[in-house]
Design a protein around this ligand. Sequence first.
Ligand SMILES: Cc1cc2nc3c(=O)[nH]c(=O)nc-3n(C[C@H](O)[C@H](O)[C@H](O)COP(=O)(O)OP(=O)(O)OC[C@H]3O[C@@H](n4cnc5c(N)ncnc54)[C@H](O)[C@@H]3O)c2cc1C
Length: 651
Amino acid sequence: MQPPGTEGPRGRAAEPRRSGSAADEPAPGGVLRRAAPANRPGARAGDESAPAACRRGALRAGHSHPGADPGAAQGHTRRAQTGASSDHARSDPGLGDRRPRDRAAPRKDRRTGTRVQGHELAPARIHQRAARRAGALAPGKSPATGPPHVHSGAVKRRELLKGAGAGLTLAIPAVRAATLLESRWDFIIVGAGTAGLPAAIHASRRGASVLMLEAADTLGGTLNMAMGQVSAGGTRLQDDQGIVDSPDRHFEDIMEITFGEADPEIVRRTVDLAPDTLNWLLDQGLVPLPGHPVTGAAPGRAGYSVPRYFWAEEAGRAILKVVLEELDREMPQGNIAIRTSTRVTGLLTSDSGAVEGVRAESGNEEWTFRGRHILLTNGGYAMNPDMFELLTGHPAYAAGSWPHSLGDGLDLAVSVGGWLRGQHLHRAGTGSILTGPKFPAKVYARFATVPQQRLPWEIWVNDAGQRFIREDEPLVRPRARAVLALPRLRYVIVFDENIFNSAPPGLPQFSREEFLAHCENHPMFARADSLDELAAAADVDADGLAQTVRDYNDAVASGADPLGREHLPEPIARPPFYAITHLGSSATSSTGVAVNDAHQVVRGNQETVPGLYAAGEVLGSGATLGSTFAPGMLLTPALSVGRWLGMTLPI
Ligand SMILES: Cc1cc2nc3c(=O)[nH]c(=O)nc-3n(C[C@H](O)[C@H](O)[C@H](O)COP(=O)(O)OP(=O)(O)OC[C@H]3O[C@@H](n4cnc5c(N)ncnc54)[C@H](O)[C@@H]3O)c2cc1C
């Protein structure tokens, strides 16, 4: 199994076959593209006039393709938070070069990387010191000058799970350090999360040298908080239960569930790899919940045609546990080095535009590392409200994702001419009650809005005070699309005292007293003696709300609702009145980096960016979910494609 258009291990990469996945995207207007940098392959007419800052690449609203970016159309000027930028190669080749940020690099011995003046700490010494901390090297032995030292023990689990200090390098490849000083890493993996960890493990198994750089002080990324739901057609788990399934069937289901919006090439790659990936996890000890796999069907939402979806008691952490155990077993080979608390901020490129290294920051130090394959596995942008709004056109209300999901991978890809797609596939769910009206709010509670579970007694109104959907709409997709079409993704559930007293509670977790206390204290709840006052408290148009309530009460009286609602139990008439504000939000990122079918990052003109690959949520959730929800189709592709890149990229 290897990427089409590449040779096997140690073979020279041939020109990869171009994927339709990027080429088939709608032209600008539906996607955000970046012009290819001038003076590099792929530069197009007009690039010369692009501002230098634009060519350097950070994702900035003002520099995006005109007409393609709602943020730009709205006149945003904020810079994406990462500050990532591209940079031509200019430092010495080596394992890794470090210098204090914003200071000129001191001169170094080209052969050994040893400091000859200034404050630079020689890579050999850094690694020797860090190796000692990781228990890999005896004191006094330099990997560059002393006798070879075999890294014997596995890294302690607590060290894997949490770096002991800023910029700690875990499990230094002591044996290889001397030779690597004068060469480059086979793989530099940016982000030790869902996709990055399997990539490192499987690259190391082939003997590749792997440097994994992780911004957080802990490993695992979003796996630390995910539900851990994965899916594959043809797993050992299914076989054991006599469930007949295949990748083909999985593929057909996903394309149907996503209404054909998912990228067929990325889905195809994922479903083909998925059974092997999940069997690997099962073989390593992942224990699915009793009764699994399931179809993933929910009221108003289609699932898979056969049970192929499962998760474990400890959710994403159960997957992380078995992956870290695999990493633990691999570390003694001495092929993998991991630096935590190290954020990659830029890519090093050759004059021809190939990516051949990264620049990273750790504390107040800046490092450069060189490698043959640079893998962007550093997740999405759901925790970067500026980038979120720039790419989706909607505010990011909820902070429900991994704190380092800041969109650095998108910024890095764009900095070397990569382009982004999936902007039109944003999804915001059906709305929930948040802790407050602004980022970084958390999901606080969910009102029972699924009609199969509780028929609605309330009305839902938008900012204009108008109803926008029949509240008993049985299908999830029309409900979600109606929320997505709302200004500010915001609606308010309105009801009166009679409904409060007689309807089944929409928030059964709260007692009557607790609910009333929320109306006094919580920013998303309101109670008022008149509809006018309620409208003011809930920030909706008062005249609009008054007219809507009149119309709705007429519909209740006549039994015929203009929006087609069938459940019309009571008018909204008796004060006090109640309002609960709902906001649409997302914990994942729909837009992502365009790649070809070998997962190489591609430029706007479809040329590949040599040396640069991407996997996981950095590709955008739209690639595998479209604008809807396909069970397990973010974790499964991240794990599978990360693993596959580690197994197949030439070394
Ligand atoms: C609450 C929640 C529940 C979910 N549940 C499911 C589920 O059940 N099933 C499913 O399919 N999907 C689920 N998802 C989505 C899924 O978890 C993610 O899409 C997936 O884990 C992303 O994997 P990744 O490797 O791309 O990113 P991550 O796992 O987040 O890894 C990226 C890593 O890169 C690091 N990083 C970021 N920037 C840099 C940088 N500049 N330099 C170095 N390191 C960097 C991060 O710290 C992180 O460790 C869920 C998401 C959330 C938020």
